[in-house]
Design a protein around this ligand. Structure first.
Ligand code: ME8
Length: 497
């Protein structure tokens, strides 16, 4: 069976509405999926919702709804936003899906049988918003070391996954696979943690007396599964009942996550897979945070920006563009409406929009022949970028791809100023005029193709105005047989707001 490209996002908690942070991971994963599809590869792009656990149970109770009613409504909200953001996911998994629950139970049973899960009594400090246990020594000023919020002391019997037994195997794996955890700064963080601390066993159950909203343990009906143990398994369970058949999807090509959930993925999930004798994903990429005045944008801090407001004012594509151009993927970025406006007006309206407008207006006005002559370096620039794309996307260097596309946009604008097609026309230099406008036309066409994963609607609009077919990036080549005959009157791509 051939191996497909399998891209995942985190499954978001349905305790509050999605915000820019969630949209960011979605858009990045979407760009990656669209890129691979455009090269003719088989892709399965999965997203979904994480619906069990204390946080969700609490959110439902606050609205006086049953957890089921609450999660049904919230899952629709997430789906609706992804449609509005043009997210092309192939599957949407909910951890309340019966088939997912079945797989979780099967794998839990397997680990229990193997002796990798054991019952023990336990005292610890629990952070409800993070759904994580901490030891007394981990607390900072008596609070959760991760989010700084209050923790609750809890004493009870629970089931533990014997994660500590996999510590040295995990260190070895990360050391031998330098691209497993990316970017490097996160890899070093995980290795530093593993090399300097003794890994604890992981508490993977919650007594039903305290939490009923979860998947029952298949070997003890008095308990439900810890929400992370349930949620992480989604990446695998989806390949059993959501992904198209006939292609091998596991191991996943890339788990895209935010750095807040690096430990759960790189340590919990990796050791769970090791215990199950299953291959580990090829890559876990943890991106940075969007902050507001320096603080992480988060539902619980209440400093979130609603993506719907931005796309209403500025368009979906400009929102997608801004998020991936503004910040190096992997680093944090502070969100500012002024910077958004500036990118819209400068990069999109002035540089890209005007380029299209000028080129089409000149072709309409001067009516040149389509004439392949000296490409004046544009062919080289396009070919080089095209052959670098696999590596750039492989390292998730989204802003680098956009920088390189913009180098061509800028070069084309400068070329117009230097070549002065209006003078070539005035002086009757018809051949050179045809050559220059053909070069600009070809450059724009390739820009549109390479922009398509980032700005799918804009790419189609450009191609429509140029009267060219909806090409894929696998069709990229300089000056195929073409003509100006289907060209239309230019319409501004990014109107002034
Ligand atoms: O952690 N900046 O769900 P969650 C960038 N259910 N990205 C952000 C962000 C921000 N300010 N805020 C959120 C969970 N994100 C678990 C995951 S996976 C099996 C289970 C994004 O709703 C980012 O991708 O808290 C982060 O990792 C994720 O939302 C956390 O979403």
């Amino acid at each position: 069976m051939s191996k497909g490209i399998y891209i995942t996002t985190p499954l978001y908690y349905v305790n509050a509405d999605p915000h820019i942070g969630h949209a960011y991971t979605q858009i990045a994963a979407d760009v990656l999926a669209r890129y691979h599809r455009s090269r003719g590869r088989k892709v399965f792009f999965l997203t979904g919702t994480d619906e069990h656990g204390q946080k969700v149970q609490k959110a439902a109770a606050e609205k006086n709804l049953s957890p089921k009613r609450h999660t049904d409504g919230m899952a629709e909200k997430f789906k609706d936003l992804w449609t509005k953001l043009n997210i092309s996911n192939d599957g949407f998994i909910r951890t309340t899906d019966e088939k997912h629950k079945k797989t979780v139970k099967r794998l839990l049973k397997e680990l229990y049988k193997k002796g990798d899960i054991q019952k023990r009594s336990y005292t610890g400090w629990y952070c409800v918003p993070d759904e994580r246990f901490w030891k007394e020594k981990d607390l900072e000023d008596g609070k959760c070391p991760d989010c700084g919020r209050e923790v609750e002391k809890i004493e009870e019997e629970n089931y533990f996954f014997l994660m500590s037994g996999y510590q040295s195997k995990l260190i070895k794996y990360i050391e031998e696979n330098p691209d497993y955890i990316m970017p490097g700064i996160r890899r070093n963080e995980v290795l530093g943690f593993l090399n300097n601390n003794e890994l604890d066993d992981l508490c993977i159950s919650r007594p039903k007396s305290r939490l009923s909203w979860g998947i029952s343990l298949p070997f003890d009906n008095n308990y439900v599964t810890y929400v992370w143990f349930d949620a992480l398994i989604n990446y695998y369970s989806a390949t059993e009942y959501i992904a198209p058949e006939g292609i091998s999807w596991w191991p996943a090509t890339c788990h895209l996550i935010g750095k807040d959930i690096l430990t759960t993925h790189s340590v919990y999930w990796s050791t769970m897979l090791m215990a199950l004798d299953m291959p580990l994903p090829e890559k876990i990429f943890a991106h940075g945070w969007w902050t507001m005045t320096g603080e992480k944008m988060s539902k619980s801090l209440g400093n979130v920006i609603n993506p719907l407001e931005l796309i209403k004012k500025w368009s979906v594509d400009s929102f997608r563009y801004f998020l991936l151009r503004q910040v190096t993927f992997g680093m944090d970025g502070n969100f500012s409406k002024e910077q958004f406006k500036s990118r819209y007006e400068t990069d999109l309206a002035n540089e890209l929009g005007n380029l299209l407008n000028r080129v089409l207006s000149m072709i309409n006005k001067y009516n040149p022949l389509y004439s392949v002559g000296n490409p004046d370096g544009f062919d080289k620039q396009v070919d080089e970028l095209y052959s670098d794309l696999d590596e750039l996307y492989g390292d998730l260097k989204f802003n680098k791809v956009l920088d390189r596309i913009w180098e061509i946009v800028k070069a084309a604008n400068i070329y117009i100023e230097e070549q002065k097609p209006w003078e070539l026309n005035k002086n009757g230099e018809k051949n050179r005029l045809a050559e220059v406008l053909t070069n600009l036309f070809e450059a724009l066409k390739n820009i549109a193709v390479m922009l398509s994963p980032f700005m799918p609607e804009t790419s189609v609009k450009i191609k429509k105005q140029m009267g060219v077919s909806d090409q894929k990036s696998s069709d990229i080549k300089w000056c195929p047989e073409d003509s100006f005959k289907n060209i239309r009157e230019p319409v501004p791509l990014f109107p002034k707001n």
